[in-house]
Unconditional design. Structure first.
Length: 348
C-alpha cells in the first residue's frame, strides 16, 4: 500500500545474510514513522526460520517463497517473484542490500518495473512525510539528499552495515508464495568460492612494479561482519607490511582490511578494501595502521565502536575522529602490540 515499506532478505543455502536483518529493522522503523506497514520478502530455502528472525526485527509480515530454484539460478527467479509481489501489493519502497546479490536483483527490477532506483544509500529517514535518502557525492566528500517523487514503488540499495540491527521482538504474519518454475535459460550456479578463500595465506606473487603481494589468511570472519578489523594503508610502505597486519589480526581473531591506496598499489586484493568504493564495516574495534583517514575511507568505517589509529604523521586526518591515536612508527607498535596480545591470551 501507499506507505508500506519492504525489505528484501538475502538467503544463501538457507541462511540469512546479516544485511537482511539490518534492512528489516530499517523497514520497520520507516513504516512506523510513515504510519504504514512493514514486510520482508524471503526467497529460497529454510524461509520459515528466516521469517522468524526477520519478524524479531519488527516487520509485521513476511512473504515467503520456498524453492530450490532460487539457489540454482542467478537473479532470474528472484526478480520474477519479487516483481510479481510488488505489482500486486504496490509498496512505497523496497530496501535492498548493496551486495552482489542485491545489485543484480535491483537492476533487473528497475528495468522490469520501470521503477526508480537510488543506490549507495548510507542513511534514510522520514522527513515531512517523505522518505529522504542520503547518498555520497564528489567521491564521498559530500552527501546529498534524495527522495522519490510521484507514484510507484521506489527501490533503495543500501550499503552493508549502513543500518543497525534492532531486535525489537515480534511474530510476523507469514504469507506463503509459490516459487516460479525453473527458467528455460539463464545463468546457473555451479559452485561458490569466497574471494578471501581462493588461496592460502602468504605470498601471491609480484605486482607490476615488482613488489611482493601478500594475501592474508582466510581464517577470520567475513570482513563486513567482523567484530574486530585491523586495516593497513599506504604507511605500511609495501605489500610485505601486511604480514604484520595479518599477525595482529590473527592474534585478535580479527579480519584484515585495507585502504584504497594499498589496494590500488596492488599490495592486497580488492576484497579487503574498506571505504567509499570498498566495503562498509561496523566492528566493535577498528585498528587503522598507516592510514591517513581521508573522507573516502571514513565513509567505510566511521561508525565503528572504537577506532584506534597508529600513524607517525601527527597531522593525519584520522586523528581528528579516532578514539585512541598513537603517533609512532607502526613497524614498532604493531609487532609489540601483537606480542602483548599473545602474552595476554596465553596467560588467560
Amino acid at each position: 500500500m501507499a506507505n508500506d515499506i519492504w525489505a528484501l532478505a538475502e538467503l544463501t543455502d538457507g541462511r540469512l545474510a546479516g544485511i537482511s536483518l539490518q534492512l528489516a529493522s530499517k523497514a520497520a522503523e520507516l513504516a512506523r514513522d510513515l504510519g504504514g506497514q512493514s514486510a520482508a520478502v524471503a526467497l529460497g530455502t529454510n524461509t520459515q526460520a528466516a521469517a522468524g528472525e526477520l519478524g524479531s526485527c519488527g516487520v509485521s509480515a513476511v512473504y515467503a517463497s520456498e524453492g530450490a530454484v532460487y539457489d540454482q539460478y542467478l537473479g532470474q527467479p528472484q526478480s520474477e517473484a519479487l516483481a510479481g509481489l510488488i505489482q500486486k501489493h504496490q509498496p512505497r519502497l523496497v530496501l535492498i542490500g548493496g551486495t552482489n546479490y542485491g545489485r543484480d536483483i535491483a537492476g533487473r527490477l528497475a528495468a522490469r518495473l520501470g521503477a526508480g532506483l537510488v543506490y549507495h544509500v548510507g542513511e534514510v529517514a522520514v522527513e515531512g512525510g517523505q522518505v529522504v535518502m542520503s547518498v555520497p557525492a564528489f567521491g564521498g566528500a559530500q552527501a546529498v539528499k534524495e527522495a522519490f517523487t510521484g507514484a510507484g514503488t521506489g527501490l533503495l540499495l543500501a550499503r552493508p552495515n549502513a543500518f543497525a540491527t534492532q531486535r525489537v521482538g515480534g511474530t510476523p504474519a507469514i504469507t506463503q508464495e509459490p516459487a516460479p518454475a525453473a527458467p528455460g535459460t539463464g545463468a546457473r550456479l555451479t559452485g561458490t568460492a569466497g574471494a578471501e578463500g581462493a588461496a592460502e595465506a602468504g605470498h601471491l606473487g609480484k605486482a607490476p612494479n615488482g613488489d611482493d603481494i601478500w594475501l592474508p589468511a582466510a581464517t577470520q570472519s567475513k570482513l563486513e561482519e567482523a567484530q574486530i578489523v585491523v586495516s593497513g594503508g599506504r604507511g605500511l610502505g609495501g605489500p610485505q607490511g601486511f604480514a604484520q597486519i595479518e599477525a595482529l589480526a590473527s592474534a585478535l581473531g580479527a579480519s584484515v582490511g585495507a585502504s584504497r591506496a594499498a589496494v590500488d598499489a596492488g599490495w592486497i586484493p580488492y576484497a579487503h578494501q574498506v571505504g567509499q568504493t570498498g566495503k562498509t564495516v561496523k566492528p566493535t574495534v577498528y585498528i587503522a595502521c598507516g592510514i591517513s583517514g581521508a573522507v573516502q575511507h571514513k565513509a567505510g568505517m566511521g561508525t565503528a565502536g572504537l577506532i584506534i589509529a597508529v600513524n607517525k604523521d601527527k597531522d593525519a586526518p584520522i586523528f581528528s575522529f579516532c578514539d585512541l591515536g598513537v603517533v609512532a612508527d607502526l613497524n614498532v607498535v604493531i609487532p609489540r602490540l601483537t606480542e602483548l596480545v599473545k602474552q595476554r591470551k596465553a596467560g588467560a
